[in-house]
Ligand binder design. Structure first.
Ligand code: SF4
Length: 216
């Protein structure tokens, strides 16, 4: 038995994960409790591979996206092994929670992140303030991390996001062309990849185009 684990007995949520600790095992479970679910091999590599795609088989470029496959679990014998698996699902989440709790998390805003872009992402800095607000509202709403860089405040146990991610930068970059060209929104195609913002049918693209100027 892992003595450290025995001292943490109970269940708690982290993002879309449920973590249950008993005296002799730790169970990491995905969303959607199902009596007959999939047992994933309890190694960081297997867990990382498992969460790489969503239920439709689409690559998940945003680790915090609320698109984890449902109905699976993995069982670990030690807290150290569990920690590695959590890190595979939500990289840096535990470090960010600890730093936030200690008041040492370094927070960087969207303006600064867009201003430092180079190469093909340099144009993202041209996005209007309304566009920045809309893009971050739409993307971050579907993420388990809480964008403290937007002054959102995480509840206990929630994962603070200290800095706009590369997916948001990519979304902002694409939104610059939408502000210039005003393409008409199309129907959402669920098979279009999550971050293929340039592709008609992408859910985040079409939602953005449908909601211009809506204060969020
Ligand atoms: S910027 Fe938003 S979408 Fe990206 S990781 Fe942070 S909270 Fe999630």
């Amino acid at each position: 038995m892992d003595e450290l684990m025995a001292s943490h007995i109970g269940a708690f949520m982290l993002g879309q994960l449920t973590i249950s600790l008993s005296e002799d095992e730790a169970v990491l479970a995905g969303p959607g409790p199902c009596p007959i679910d999939t047992e994933v091999v309890a190694t960081p590599e297997a867990i990382r591979e498992w969460v790489r795609i969503d239920a439709l088989g689409r690559y998940r470029p945003l680790s915090g996206a609320r698109t984890l496959r449902p109905n699976w679990h993995a069982t670990f014998a030690t807290l150290a092994a569990l920690d590695e698996a959590i890190e595979a699902v939500y990289p840096l989440a535990q470090a960010h929670i600890a730093a936030w709790d200690e008041g040492t998390l370094r927070v960087v805003g969207l303006d600064e992140v867009l201003a430092r872009q180079t190469g093909r992402y340099r144009s993202a800095a041209s996005l209007s303030q309304e566009g920045r607000d809309l893009a971050s509202s739409l993307l971050c709403a579907g993420c388990v991390r809480v964008p403290v860089w937007r002054r959102d405040y995480p509840a206990a146990g929630e994962i603070p996001c200290p800095e706009p991610c590369s997916v948001l930068v990519s979304y902002c970059r694409e939104a610059v062309s939408w502000e210039e060209e005003h393409p008409a929104p199309r129907a959402i195609d669920p098979l279009v990849p999550f971050a293929a913002f340039e592709q008609p049918g992408n859910a985040l693209r079409e939602t953005y185009l449908y909601l211009p100027g809506v204060p969020l």
